[in-house]
Each structure stands twice: as structure tokens, then as C-alpha cells.
Design a protein around this ligand. Structure first.
Ligand code: SAM
Length: 212
């Protein structure tokens, strides 16, 4: 998702108290930006932030960080936070490739990836957020008992992701190719913007949970 360039998006992000600037300076100290010290969950490629905001409202006992690389997209999340502030949620405008420069070893308790860009060409496989190259980056930051949750409606990307998990030395804990009809994995499911859009078109939603 890349919204057309929105004039003033970069300035609005610079001014917003909800967007953390120079995120690498918080490495190892992320708990200090939140009012309470509690587990840290992040979403990488959060888009307009609805999933993060619904999760943060439902789980005040968890701290959340939403990561998005485009300021024009992140701006929408910031506008929603101005209307409905949540103490346990902040945003970062950055590329996920830099995740290990921003979080310390074991600093993240859970990683969410939702409807990540599929990068369908083989030569772009390493750009997929579920490639072994990205799993190696998540290895650097995920807590020993932490895990990763991934949802998509893209069957090819889901198959690729299932294959990458053992290649990356990770373990598949659970998976389904029809989340909304899976009584166990769908319990407490919070829909993302893309999930709502694609499931309303009749696309089944795939989900996997992986850990080390
Ligand atoms: N997660 C949201 C949802 O499910 O509704 C948005 C999905 S959208 C298809 C994917 C988002 O991931 C886009 O906003 C895109 O800019 C962001 N994204 C893709 N690659 C990224 C990267 N390497 N680092 C940070 N964000 C990324």
C-alpha cells in the first residue's frame, strides 16, 4: 500500500508525539517510552494502523509499536490516534529491514505481519517479510519465548512462508488456510483493514504462528 504523496505528511509525522523519531536511539530502552513496563508486541507493515489500535484498546496490559515505512500511510494512523489516544501504542516510520538496528536482543515479545506485500517475482523473494532473510532479522530481536503471527489471503505467499520457516531454523506452531472457519485460531481474531476487504470478496484468510 502506498498512498499518493501527501503534502505535509513528513512534517506531520515529525511533529506528532505518537511517532517516535530516531528509533535507533531507543534500542534496549523501549519500555521507557510507555507508562507501564509490560510485554512489547510490534506489527511490521501496519498500513493505516487499525489492527494496532484495536489490539492496543483491547489489551491495555501490552505495549504496542506499529511500524510502517511510508509517511503518507502512517499519517492516517496518526490522525486516528489524535482522535482516540492510547497510552500503550506508538508508531515508527522505518523500513523493516532495519529492525535489528532498532530493537535489542530479545526486546520484542511478539511480531505481527498482516497482508505483507507479496513481491511475486522470484528475484524479489528476499524482500518478502516472511523470507529467511527477514526471519534472520527477527531472530535478532525476538524474546526466547516470543512468536510471530502472519495473516494473508495470498496463497502463494502463504506457501512460500510455510517453506521458509524450517529453512530459517524456526518452528511452525499452528496454521490454517481458512482462519474465519477455524474455531481455535479465529478465537479473539482482530481483523485488519486488508483482511476485511479481502474476506468480503470471498477470499479465505490464511494464518500461521511460528517460533524458534
Ligand atoms: N497490515 C495492514 C493490513 O493488513 O491492513 C496493511 C497491509 S499493506 C498490503 C502492507 C503495508 O506494509 C504497506 O503499508 C507497506 O507500506 C508496508 N510495508 C511493506 N514493506 C515494508 C517494510 N519493508 N517496512 C515497513 N513497512 C513495509
Amino acid at each position: 500500500m502506498r498512498l499518493r504523496n501527501i503534502p505535509g505528511a513528513d512534517a506531520a509525522i515529525t511533529e506528532s508525539v505518537y511517532c517516535i523519531k530516531s528509533p535507533e536511539t531507543h534500542k534496549g530502552h523501549w519500555q521507557e517510552i510507555f507508562p507501564s513496563q509490560q510485554p512489547l508486541h510490534i506489527e511490521i507493515g501496519m498500513g493505516k494502523g487499525r489492527f494496532m489500535m484495536d489490539l492496543a484498546a483491547a489489551h491495555p496490559d501490552i505495549n504496542y509499536l506499529g511500524i510502517e515505512r511510508y509517511s503518507s500511510v502512517l499519517l492516517r494512523a496518526l490522525q486516528k490516534m489524535e482522535e482516540n489516544p492510547l497510552p500503550n501504542l506508538f508508531f515508527i516510520c522505518m523500513d523493516a529491514a532495519d529492525v535489528a538496528e532498532v530493537f535489542d536482543h530479545g526486546e520484542v515479545d511478539r511480531i505481527y505481519l498482516n497482508f505483507s506485500d507479496p513481491w511475486p517475482k522470484d528475484r524479489h523473494a528476499k524482500r518478502r517479510l516472511t523470507s529467511r532473510q527477514f526471519f534472520a532479522r527477527y531472530d535478532e530481536v525476538l524474546a526466547p519465548e516470543g512468536h510471530l503471527e502472519f495473516k494473508t489471503d495470498n496463497q502463494d505467499l502463504f506457501t512460500f512462508s510455510l517453506e521458509e520457516i524450517p529453512e530459517a531454523g524456526w518452528h511452525l506452531d499452528a496454521s490454517t488456510r481458512d482462519l474465519h472457519h477455524d474455531p481455535v485460531l479465529n478465537e479473539g481474531n482482530i481483523m485488519t483493514e486488508y483482511e476485511e476487504k479481502f474476506s468480503s470478496l470471498g477470499n479465505p484468510i490464511c494464518k500461521l504462528i511460528a517460533s524458534r
